[in-house]
Design a protein around this ligand. Sequence first.
Ligand code: KG4
Ligand code: ZN
Length: 336
Amino acid sequence: MILAIETSCDDTGVALFQRDRGVLASALASQVDLHALFGGIVPELAARKHLEALFPLTQHVLRESALSLEEIDCIGVTVKPGLVPSLLVGLSFAKALAFGLNTPLVGVDHLEAHAFSIFLREKVDFPFLSLVVSGGHTSLFMVKNEGEMYLLSQTRDDAAGEAFDKVGKLLKLGYPGGPVIDQLAREGDPQSIPFPRPLTGEGWNFSFSGLKTAVVQYVREYGNEIRDRRHLAHVVASFQRAVVDVLVEKTLDAARYLRVPRIVVAGGVAANSALRNIMGERGEREGMKVYFPPMTLCMDNAAMVAYVAAYHFAKGECHGLDLDVSSRSIYPRWNP
Ligand code: KG4
Ligand code: ZN
């Protein structure tokens, strides 16, 4: 039995998982209302909230699964990449548990956890491409096996979710911008404003800060018109389609070029309805299988951390109590 902890950003997650039985309990405490007051994540507040939430969430999953601490074989915990103060709280809690229970500790990479979140629902054959799109990351991986993933490309500046959040803030739609933009975009015409599709036709790396600037310029020019809800819906629908087009174009190009007909999209932005529809349709048309985890597994959660911790634990890949956290993660590049 694995007890896993996720505190890399602004959601506290604790889950209990067993390889042959699946997720036995998973609990999440979102801090979104707190950070919404500031229009973005305040790292120290996030860390303090994790500190408050971890113990009650752990008690909750134990109660819900009717298991006791003694039945835990291993503690899994996200150690990178993420906000250092948040990661430190999760890791300290995990170390205390591992020490107290005398169990092994497994540090987990957050993007690896996103890439494998789909496995909590269905198996995917190896190799597959994984597009991890969240508030902090936009990275495309070649996944060869459990724990074996290679970086194909990433964003040069803003992450896709960050672009959604910044545009949401600019248009005073609240934080986080992604879900609100997704909803409002349904009322608009995605073809109405020709926002740029950055770096298309220029390899697989992404860039979203220029697109965000194009929205800023549009708002400066048409500030009065966008007070009209219909016009505002056209702006967000056009912006969203530009993000989605770039993500779909580059991922499909990589899949075609590398002859890997399986694509897994994960992370918070994988909850986006336009991305799910367009990537799904375009992929299927080209004979590829496109996988999206269910919405609850797209967002940060500890169940996906437990899944990854479980296979590392099974292979004996554990860490000592001197384990540290890191804001960044370095992946080997794909080099066929
Ligand atoms: O994976 P996640 O929960 O946390 C990080 O690791 O960053 O992703 C959060 C991000 C936020 O930027 C949020 O705006 C975005 O995911 N997001 C969405 C949607 N739901 C969440 N972006 C676009 N459309 C959505 N429906
Ligand atoms: Zn995440």
